[in-house]
Design a protein around this ligand. Sequence first.
Ligand code: GDP
Length: 195
Amino acid sequence: MILSAKFITSAPKFTYELLSSHSQVAFLGRSNVGKSSLINALCKQKQLAKSSSVPGKTQLINFFEVLCKKEEKFSLIFVDLPGFGYAKVSKNLKEIWNKNLDEFLKLQTSIKLFVHLIDCRHFDLDIDTEVDIYLKSFLREDQEILKVFTKIDKLNQSQKAKLKKLYPDSLFVSNSKKIGLEILEKTIIDKALGL
Ligand code: GDP
């Protein structure tokens, strides 16, 4: 379980100091997917992650040290990546995810898990498919992608069943209704530890 978390630093791009002996978990998703709310809920804090995503604003990568417990206490690093996919911005992923971010993701080898957040109401957008293909294009053997559908409170039972059938390995969460948060927390910890 997650005991507590604290902000460490923000960075615009990769530097070797950002690599750590702690396993890292990167959170990514379209702007407004519910990423900040979810990171705050997982870390049991209200203001840790902030919705930063204003188009044109400098996009920073935020790092949090997260104290966890599973038999023993240990730390993970949560990496909060800039939101992507403004409707009015070019669909070309390379233009949205600038060179710095691309370099960061490829060199930040401490990342053991990519948590790809997807709004359950818009589960098959091209941009999310492109992100999935992109991540898989450089994914190492010791890294995994976890698809997490957010705002699941917005779907009825049959819509949820349909989505589960399409993505059996994914997790469903709602921060508003506090659904799926415990299993997400456990899954993140286990996968970050390579269990
Ligand atoms: P971010 O831009 O991805 O960091 O998204 P935020 O965490 O700021 O959330 C974006 C919007 O979605 C806010 O208005 C939240 O209140 C709303 N939101 C976040 N989580 C949920 C959820 O589980 N269910 C619903 N219905 N809305 C949510």
